[in-house]
Design a protein around this ligand. Structure first.
Ligand SMILES: Cc1cc2nc3c(=O)[nH]c(=O)nc-3n(C[C@H](O)[C@H](O)[C@H](O)COP(=O)(O)OP(=O)(O)OC[C@H]3O[C@@H](n4cnc5c(N)ncnc54)[C@H](O)[C@@H]3O)c2cc1C
Ligand SMILES: NC(=O)c1ccc[n+]([C@@H]2O[C@H](COP(=O)([O-])OP(=O)(O)OC[C@H]3O[C@@H](n4cnc5c(N)ncnc54)[C@H](OP(=O)(O)O)[C@@H]3O)[C@@H](O)[C@H]2O)c1
Length: 534
């Protein structure tokens, strides 16, 4: 097989004219992860100028390229990794979803320990190290698929396994060779910001990247710094695996500036659920230092109470940093002079144009929200504009989610936000306000049916927020499983200029047992001319 690939003296791999398979890609990528030579898929015989060069072939760069090519344009992606797809399948979203699914399974086993057909899970311990290994051994299939699909199905051109250096707003340099395009699209992502405290370099301190690339022991006691998605998702997994976990956060969990529209009742349900599962959550505290054991291993985190200044030591062998990410924009600022914001995010307009003509920026590089929908749709937006179709993307509002051992989904206004804006706010909620959850095994559906019959209070939470006069639905909030799909479409419906009313929702056809129960609950109230809470 090697002969198929090493076409130019064993150094430069040019696969442009070679039909590839997923299987071949898996081997080639594994081989090239250890090397620094580029992999070329570039049509040298095509003399047309590139419409765009995408610097970075992550979610944004690959989707933007796909769209531009589908519109008949010519594109080139350059990525420093030997595969396309970026951080999501390599280090971020995909391992997070694998760990979150493990957390959900483990959680079920713990609650049902010794009941029904479940074995005794009193001493259940799942290996975090083994889960990391499982992911690392499997992630190559996603990498291979993206390279294969991009070349064989989407007809994209790319150069992999080599960084691009930007020379000017039409030119990049790759492995000593210059390439020119009418436009550049910058999509090189973001990286973890470590807190500025002593000890972050000790063995035992990880972020989501080094967890995957470097974990070399089985953690026994974890402290997480941060109070947002990464902290909650990874913390819930570590705890469910049997590694006691403490979260250290400056603000109440989920109340960080990067998350908006978080409903307080939903938040309480999530945080209470984490505490019920044995997690320790310390809010209103800041990290002061991570201290070692004298052999270079982390052994405690010192925290300070932000109200009274008192300090406390938290013993651990594993510190996980969930303090957010910062765009990697320095190179572009220096070379191109692109305007950036306070946190280094490249500033763009709704067409994804930067302050420099013919230079676009997309994805995590333009700052929060750092989410896949924004990266992919940003790439598509840049492509459309480059291909002459004026198109605007507004990412200020969007459906959002995270995992604890549950899937937590929300879109639109929280109850508190709605009450600040409107006089007549009606809420449809399960369990209803003031009714003990132990008496109401709802909202239950696939994933919480077992809980419904044994632990009703673990079935989740839901809320729809309605403007009582216009009857328009303003927001939806859900804790449970399987509602994410519905939220994508709810977001779309709510965004229509006329919105969606409780009456229209009640007129939909539900599939019993639908995870979020919104349709039938709306129907129960829709008959009334004067809406009331349910
Ligand atoms: C732990 C974690 C979990 C997440 N889970 C989710 C989730 O469940 N759902 C969700 O919507 N979002 C999730 N996200 C966010 C999501 O991963 C990002 O928003 C998304 O990957 C950003 O895509 P991007 O194209 O901007 O950047 P990336 O995918 O990071 O791509 C950037 C690319 O640029 C390349 N590059 C960098 N420098 C150079 C250079 N000089 N030359 C050439 N190439 C270069 C890199 O190799 C990389 O391939 C998660 C993030 C984290 C940290
Ligand atoms: N969709 C998903 O499921 C998903 C999953 C994971 C990640 N992501 C994305 O990936 C990005 C990173 O996520 P994230 O959860 O790490 O970041 P984040 O949402 O930016 O939150 C960072 C957290 O760290 C805290 N923090 C920041 N600096 C700190 C310091 N010096 N000391 C102590 N605490 C500090 C913040 O607290 P303060 O509020 O006090 O500043 C906040 O709680 C986000 O943009 C997120 O949207 C998405």
């Amino acid at each position: 097989m090697r002969r198929l690939w090493l076409m130019q003296g064993g150094m430069l791999v040019d696969i442009t004219l070679t039909k590839t398979t997923n299987f071949q890609w898996r081997h080639l990528i594994a081989d090239y992860e250890k090397k620094s030579e580029p992999i070329y898929n570039v049509r040298r015989d095509d003399k047309r100028k590139y419409d765009a060069i995408f610097v970075g072939g992550g979610a944004g760069g690959r989707f933007g390229s796909g769209y531009l090519r589908a519109r008949g344009g010519r594109q080139l992606i350059v990525d420093r990794w030997p595969f396309l797809g970026g951080s999501c399948p390599h280090l971020a979203c995909v391992p997070h979803h694998l760990f979150s699914e493990a957390a959900r399974e483990l959680d079920l086993m713990r609650w049902f320990s010794g009941k029904l057909w479940f074995p005794d899970a009193t001493h259940l311990r799942a290996s975090i190290l083994q889960m990391v290994q499982l992911f690392k051994e499997g992630r190559g299939s996603a990498h291979a698929f993206m390279n294969w699909q991009s070349k064989e199905q989407l007809d994209l051109e790319y150069i992999l396994n080599v960084p691009a250096t930007v020379i000017d707003n039409h030119t990049i340099e790759v492995a000593g060779e210059r390439f020119q395009a009418d436009n550049l699209v910058l999509g090189t992502g973001a990286e973890t910001v470590f807190p500025n405290i002593p000890g972050t370099d000790l063995h035992g301190v990880y972020d989501f990247v080094s967890l995957i690339e470097e974990l070399d022991f089985e953690p026994q006691r974890c402290v997480i710094i941060g109070g947002s998605k990464v902290a909650i998702e990874y913390g819930s997994f570590f705890q469910a695996a049997g590694c006691p976990t403490t979260i250290v956060a400056r603000k109440p969990l989920m109340r960080t500036a990067s998350l908006h529209h978080v409903d307080e009742d939903l938040r309480q349900y999530v945080v209470d659920g984490m505490c019920k599962r044995g997690m320790q959550i310390l809010e209103g505290v800041e990290p002061v230092a991570i201290k070692g054991d004298g052999n270079g291993n982390a052994k405690e985190v010192i925290i300070r109470n932000m109200q009274d200044g008192s300090e406390e030591s938290l013993a651990c062998d594993f510190v996980f940093i969930g303090t957010g990410e910062r765009p990697k924009s320095e190179h572009y600022r220096e070379v191109l002079g692109v305007a950036v914001g306070e946190k280094g995010e490249i500033l763009v307009d709704k067409h994804m144009r930067t302050s420099v003509p013919n230079v676009y920026a997309i994805g995590d590089l333009i700052g929060p929200p750092m989410e896949m929908f924004k990266a992919r749709k940003g790439g598509m937006t840049a492509a459309r504009n480059i291909m002459g179709e004026p198109y605007e993307f507004d990412w200020t509002d969007y459906p959002d989610f995270l995992h604890s051992t549950y899937e937590i989904t929300w879109v639109g206004l929280s109850e508190e936000e709605a009450k600040q804006r409107y006089d007549n706010v009606v809420v449809i909620q399960m369990p209803p306000k003031g009714v003990p959850h132990e008496d109401i095994p709802l909202p239950c559906a696939e994933g919480t049916m077992l809980y419904a019959f044994m632990y009703p209070e673990l079935t989740g939470f839901q809320k729809a927020v309605v403007e009582g006069n216009s009857r328009r639905l303003l927001g939806f909030h859900h804790v449970g499983f399987g509602a994410k799909d519905a939220f994508q479409y709810l977001d779309y419906l709510m965004r229509q200029p006329e919105g969606i009313t409780i009456d229209e929702m009640g007129n939909m056809n539900e599939l019993f047992l639908n995870p979020e129960h919104f349709i039938q609950l709306c129907r129960l109230r829709a008959g009334s001319p004067n809406l009331r809470d349910l």
